[in-house]
Design a protein around this ligand. Structure first.
Ligand SMILES: [Fe+2]
Length: 477
């Protein structure tokens, strides 16, 4: 080989080394699945088949526990069990040949609080997110810059990877985009109509099928439930044949009749109260059937919040109950439990203290793109044709919900209270994500006082962004 060619080859090698990912050849960086109060499923994908090795521990400098699986695979799925509840563990992943990712301050998982615990929770919900477009990144970055509160749960409301939910689209437009968050925050998903490659979808997620995190076993990853703190989460399938089978609804009834959790949050892809030039809940199957068959069961057992995507804008209903027909049959006097705005500084919070009825249905389908002409649905208090995502804070008897725009502004917000909260939280300390080394379990109620701090931080973040000094500290998200 001529010296010039040798030199060129050496330069190329050097460039490749410099430009290689810092954590080696992983096609999908680590992400967390099916977190319960005693176990977590660690997932990652390597480019070559290897065995699977996870080191973990409560102290970053002492990952003194190990789980190994001997078979060679690229699709790594390691169950780490026997854990303490509501505890942060640091981890690394790789093979017997060495660590591929982790062993630093940003790779950790936190087990769920004990079921029924009133520890404050932060949930981030994204719908129709995986476009790979600038809008997706703007919505993501707005959330990353919102505040320093640690995210407990991400809910992906379907159509997570455009256009067809292929394996490559999931890698690029979903796991790739959110990898800095997913390495320490578990994500659960509902299947959407763009998840046309069912193999890629079921491969991507390790959803509960046997009631691993509480709830009744569903036997399928396409609909399932789990408990987290004082919330019972229920995911339904509005896309496949399940939506027209009795089995899903029989399971739903069985599941909800068994839970004693304070809050119930349901989610599926097709919104029950949403009309646009493209998707109309008066006529489109997935939207209509779930409204007619699932909503009565959910409301009978006191569902509080329902989340969906599909239409690419934002909307949410009043606190409603018993409306299962066409939009033309809406009657505010019988279907609206509270026809106010649900705001503490407006008409007043939605108060479920004295009665169990009433749920708010949210469409959050603009986390990756915005579109379609909105046809107003009378059950909705507000409809917003903008990019955004949902931020849900639960502190004991209080739930605060915000629609966070891609530019950092809050375009809608409301509060639901029940029990003794009476619309006023008691402040106090929650966990944080600002310092990953503090091991703060985030116990204690976090009511209106902390929400105020949260709002102030959000405002400060927005000001920093607008003055060009915003700090995208994705290491800490
Ligand atoms: Fe959709």
């Amino acid at each position: 080989m001529k010296p010039q060619i040798l030199l060129a080859s050496g330069m190329l090698w050097l460039i490749q080394v410099i430009s290689s990912p810092a954590w080696g050849a992983l096609e999908r960086q680590p992400y967390l699945q099916n977190v319960t109060d005693s176990q977590v499923v660690l997932r990652w994908r390597s480019d070559m088949p290897t065995d699977s090795v996870v080191h973990y521990g409560v102290q970053l400098e002492n990952l003194n526990r190990t789980v190994s699986i001997s078979g060679a695979t690229t699709e790594h799925e390691v169950v780490v069990s026997g854990l303490n509840a509501d505890t942060r563990y640091y981890y690394s992943v790789g093979s017997s040949a060495g660590t591929e990712a982790g062993g630093d301050a940003w790779h950790y998982f936190r087990t769920a609080p004990m079921t029924g615990s009133n520890r404050r929770l932060r949930i981030w919900a994204i719908g129709d997110s995986g476009t790979g477009r600038t809008g997706q990144l703007q919505v993501r970055n707005a959330y990353y810059n919102l505040d320093s509160m640690e995210t407990d749960i991400v809910l992906a409301l379907g159509d997570n990877a455009y256009d067809n939910g292929t394996d490559n689209e999931y890698t690029a437009n979903f796991f790739g985009v959110y990898q800095d968050l997913f390495r320490h925050t578990p994500v659960w998903s509902a299947i959407g109509n763009h998840e046309r490659n069912s193999g890629a979808y079921t491969t991507a997620f390790s959803h509960p099928t046997q009631g691993e995190g509480g709830g009744q076993p569903s036997g399928t990853e396409l609909y399932y439930s789990f408990d987290y703190g004082n919330v019972h989460f229920v995911a339904l399938d509005s896309f496949t044949d399940n939506l027209n089978s009795d089995a899903m609804y029989l399971w739903l009834e069985d599941d909800l009749s068994s839970t004693t959790q304070k809050w119930i949050i349901a989610y599926w892809h097709h919104p029950p109260y949403s009309r646009s030039s493209t998707h109309d809940s008066d006529s489109e199957t997935g939207m209509k059937v779930l409204r007619e068959r699932a909503n009565p069961i959910l409301e009978r057992y006191g569902v509080d919040l329902q989340l969906s995507g599909h239409n690419h804008f934002y909307s949410r209903t009043y606190l409603i109950n018993g409306h299962y027909g066409q939009s033309s049959s809406w009657n505010a006097s019988t279907h609206a439990v509270d026809s106010g705005d649900g705001r503490e500084d407006g008409d007043g919070v939605y108060d479920k203290q004295d009665q169990a009825k009433g749920a708010v249905y949210i469409l959050a389908g603009s986390s990756g793109k915005q579109g379609y002409t909105i046809y107003s649905h009378p059950a909705n208090f507000i409809e917003v044709g903008e990019l955004g995502s949902m931020v849900i804070d639960i502190a004991g008897d209080r739930m605060d919900v915000r629609m966070l725009r891609e530019n950092g502004s809050i375009d809608d917000y409301f509060t639901i209270v029940k029990g003794a909260a009476n619309g006023v939280g008691n402040g106090g300390g929650g966990g944080d994500s600002g310092n990953p080394d503090d091991g703060d379990a985030g116990t204690g109620d976090n009511g209106a006082g902390s929400l105020t701090v949260c709002m102030l931080l959000a405002t400060l973040s927005l000001l920093l962004l607008r003055t060009g000094t915003g700090l995208l500290n994705r290491q800490g998200t």
